[in-house]
Design a protein around this ligand. Structure first.
Ligand code: ADP
Length: 270
């Protein structure tokens, strides 16, 4: 796009010479446009669950003397309210990651702890989906950043891998160090992602198969949170996938040396 330049100040210096102060506002306009889009599609996505909550609340009111009906509506109301809560918390996370705010915490982070926290959070989901999550690879690697943001990123990949996999299959979470980069790879043998969708799945609210994603309770924000979280840490996310075969999402982060008090040769790499 053409750069947008504005004159901030014009100071005549001599009859034939004027000093102009010019500012390039291209980047500022781009950020502003992104913000407007974000607000627009966020409001659109919130309309559905908010509408459902309102309708169900009204239904409960008018079914007051029919207790079995009230129970049915009430449990659907709870489900919609939970969905709404998840969606709003993800919207807030994403908007925080997209803003220029500092990360809330920045310290040396053990990759083992990041992965363990991510697996913990989704253990129940894995159990009820009948999917086995297997952690493999190197132990004792370290990165720098916000442990909570990083665990959420890995957790979102694990949640998707489980959600888009058949019952009885397994999901692998492998960690390794490659030329100063820590790679955390989440592999599933699920439905896979068509080539044409592979870039787009990282866009907010994009779903390759909207009907299926709704059934899995998806918000369409998981992968965009992953992308922004990892970029905030100076890393990147890569995707390999074949429809019908499965997918591997790889988070790549700059590796740091273990803190002095953690450098235990016996714990080292396997
Ligand atoms: P959602 O909440 O819908 O899962 P995400 O941003 O996490 O949102 O993912 C966006 C879309 O990418 C999903 O709706 C799905 O179509 C696709 N997707 C993500 N992870 C996987 C996976 N492991 N296997 C197949 N499709 C996936």
């Amino acid at each position: 796009a053409e750069p947008r330049l504005v004159v901030v100040r014009a100071t005549p210096i001599s009859p034939r010479l004027t000093l102009l102060v010019i500012r390039d506002i291209t980047e500022r306009e781009r950020v502003e446009q992104m913000r407007r889009d974000f607000v627009a599609n966020t409001s659109h996505e919130l309309k559905t669950p908010v509408g459902a909550v309102t309708l169900l609340a009204e239904a409960i009111e008018s079914a007051a003397d029919d207790p079995p009906q009230v129970r049915i509506f009430a449990s659907r109301l709870t489900a919609e309210a939970n969905r709404l809560a998840l969606l709003t918390s993800r919207i807030m996370n994403l908007s925080r990651l997209q803003s220029s705010d500092e990360l809330t915490e920045e310290r040396d982070v053990s990759v083992d702890e990041v992965v363990a926290a991510a697996l913990d959070t989704h253990a129940i989901q894995a159990g009820s989906a009948g999917v086995d999550v297997v952690r493999g690879g190197t132990r004792g690697l370290w990165v720098r950043g916000d442990p909570q943001v990083l665990s959420e990123a890995v957790g979102n990949l694990v949640a998707n891998a489980i959600a888009y996999s058949p019952q009885g299959s397994s999901v692998g979470v492998g960690v390794k160090s490659v030329d100063g980069v820590v790679e955390i790879a989440v592999t599933d043998r699920g439905i896979g992602i068509a080539e044409g969708d592979q870039d787009r799945v990282f866009e907010r609210f994009y779903r390759a198969d909207p009907a299926r994603a709704r059934r899995t309770g998806g918000s369409g924000l998981g992968l965009s949170i992953v992308k922004h979280a990892v970029q905030r840490h100076g890393g990147e996310v890569r995707l390999w996938s074949r429809p019908g075969r499965g997918s591997t999402f790889t988070i790549r982060l700059p590796e740091i040396a273990p803190p002095a008090d953690q450098a235990d040769p016996k714990r080292g790499r396997r």
